[in-house]
Design a protein around this ligand. Structure first.
Ligand code: SF4
Length: 346
């Protein structure tokens, strides 16, 4: 039988393990430091735990990290890493260096069940949730870990469809006994699953991004089936009731599709919808994916759209396209890898 892993456990869980195995409870903090703050790869490396106690740990647990299995590097320095999961699938994380900042875009699920029309991960379908350990491992095993300044949950999967493991990973990223990162350097992106959103806002201090993509009901239903259950008007009404004054930020993600969501009518409706919400809109060029008729709005028209939003008092910026030559939009690399493995046509 496969052993459980230590990596991905909270301090409280480590304390329970210590009690169960008869280790002193202060060892839990020492183990957490080895897992989240030092650079060892196995339980044998935990040199301040006695040999006998290390053996007890090894009898029941694996250390639990897995190294990257593949990397693609863009001419602009963006790197896309592939990580194998315990269930023998693949997930991706994109490392995006930019001036003083270096961001890792992490995955929260293998595939996704949300079926957004424009998304390669959505086309893969859902193949499983990641554990907190598998989410954290994308940072722990990142070759550029020391340079990392920010984390965004915008890779494969819908984070708030795997809320408990995502919240656990956020606790470990931000705890002083964990990675000790500021929650202000972490953003969780969602398509707007209201009950989980409430839980996330309640239990974490990290920033929020909402994938909006069109303010109109019929268009959003066509692009994002979640609109049938949680209409964007209800999601925005819900977040308007939250207190955003305490250094916590909300941003809106808006992928621009030519002839679909880039008209003056969209500007007006967005301004109405977001009126009273202190947020920023990130306008994003669409990276076309195989088998979709959708095209990206031209950069000139995105600029006009941005200026019109700004004129209406909505802060809008254009997100720089990164890693286009390696297809940094999530889902493609892992899809290729799955196809090799399963000989499936996605
Ligand atoms: S855009 Fe996000 S929520 Fe939609 S299918 Fe892709 S990964 Fe899932």
């Amino acid at each position: 039988m496969e052993k459980d892993t230590l990596f991905g456990k909270t301090l409280k869980e480590l304390q329970e393990i210590c009690v169960r195995l008869g280790l002193p409870t202060f060892s839990a903090k020492q183990i957490a430091e080895w897992l989240y703050q030092k650079d060892i790869q196995d339980i044998d490396g935990m040199s301040n735990i006695s040999l006998k106690n290390r053996q007890l740990l090894k009898d029941s647990f694996d250390f639990g990290i897995s190294l990257t299995s593949k990397v693609q590097e863009s001419v602009d320095g963006t790197k896309k890493y592939l990580y194998p999961t315990k269930s023998e699938k693949f997930i991706e994380a994109a490392y995006i260096p930019e001036n003083e900042r270096a961001t890792l875009c992490v995955s929260s699920q293998i595939g996704c069940k949300m079926g957004c029309l424009f998304c390669m991960t959505g086309k893969q379908g859902f193949q499983g949730n990641l554990t907190a350990g598998e989410i954290l491992n994308q940072v722990r095993s990142l070759p550029e870990r020391e340079k990392l300044t920010n984390i965004v949950y915008m890779g494969m999967g819908e984070p708030l469809d795997n809320t408990d493991e995502v919240l656990k990973s956020l606790e470990i990223f931000t705890a002083e006994w964990g990675f000790a990162m500021s929650p202000k350097r972490i953003t969780v992106s969602t398509i707007g699953i209201i009950p989980s959103l409430e839980k996330f806002l309640d239990q974490s201090d990290c920033h929020l991004a909402i994938s909006l993509h069109t303010p109109f009901d019929d268009e959003r239903k066509m692009l994002m089936p979640v609109q049938n259950i949680y209409p964007i008007a209800e999601v925005i009404a819900f977040v308007k009731n939250f207190d955003w004054t305490k250094q916590r930020r909300i941003s809106i993600e808006y992928i621009m599709f030519k002839g679909l969501n880039d008209s003056p009518r969209h500007v007006n409706q967005l301004a109405r919808l977001l009126n009273g919400l202190n947020c920023r809109i990130n306008l994003i060029r669409f990276h076309p994916i195989p088998g979709t008729p959708l095209e990206s709005t031209d950069i000139e028209d995105i600029t006009i759209f941005r200026d019109k939003l700004n004129a209406k008092g909505i802060t809008a910026t254009i997100r720089r396209s990164r890693g286009e030559d390696i297809y940094a939009a999530c889902g493609l690399l892992s899809t290729k890898e799955l196809m090799k493995k399963d000989k499936t046509d996605y």
